[in-house]
Design a protein around this ligand. Structure first.
Ligand code: URA
Length: 198
């Protein structure tokens, strides 16, 4: 556990010293260490920073629903992110009010946390890593887009780990059509099947 405390210190240092672009706080991962199943998301949003845990906002509600659907709970899995701070965009509304929105982390921001995520994977020592969306997929594999590889179990030679790419749960908010939803549900069913071998 000492190793993980050191890792949390490193995350804190990176986030507190970052001043290239606006950020809105940071979090660390959540769940048991070691753990056979590791989910890796993109970056925290407002609710995650408020509560100090990944996937507890709107996308988190969807995520947890499907996690339960395959017979898992948050206590059985480790959940972390590719970028540990909340990337934000500060703007102005038409009435002149200051607005704060989430933004996708930049490549340079993902790179800032490269060693951190690698170290977390080492410490957690999962049998399978489930990437949620394109950001962790691009960081951990050579796949370009989630559309080409979701719902299939791969062995990643570099990491020496099994990887199961999935769409990010927030994609359900953007793709409201039935076909997409069905495909998303099928991917979770395929994950349930894949998990039987671990
Ligand atoms: N989306 C993510 O990718 N990570 C979180 O922690 C929350 C929402």
């Amino acid at each position: 556990m000492y190793e993980y405390e050191k890792l949390k210190e490193k995350i804190k240092l990176i986030c507190e010293n970052y001043n290239n672009s606006p950020i809105g706080g940071y979090i660390t991962g959540d769940g048991p260490i070691p753990c056979d199943i590791l989910f890796v998301g993109e970056a925290p949003g407002k609710t995650e920073v408020q509560e100090g845990k990944p996937f507890v906002g709107m996308a988190g509600k969807t995520f947890e629903k499907y996690l339960n659907y395959v017979g898992l709970t948050r206590d059985n899995v480790r959940i972390t992110n590719t970028c540990f701070f909340r990337p934000i965009k500060i703007g102005e509304s038409t009435t002149g009010r200051k607005t704060i929105k989430n933004r996708t982390p930049k490549v340079s921001e993902v790179s800032l946390f490269k060693d951190i995520l690698d170290e977390e994977i080492n410490i957690v020592n999962p049998k399978i890593i489930i990437t949620l969306g394109n950001i962790p997929l691009n960081r951990l594999t050579n796949f370009k887009t989630i559309g080409s590889c979701h719902g299939v179990l791969f062995f990643n030679e570099q990491l020496h780990k099994y990887i199961f790419p999935m769409y990010h749960p927030s994609s359900l908010t953007y793709n409201r059509n039935e076909d997409f939803k069905q495909m998303y549900v099928n991917d979770w069913t395929k994950l349930k099947e894949a998990l039987k071998q671990f």
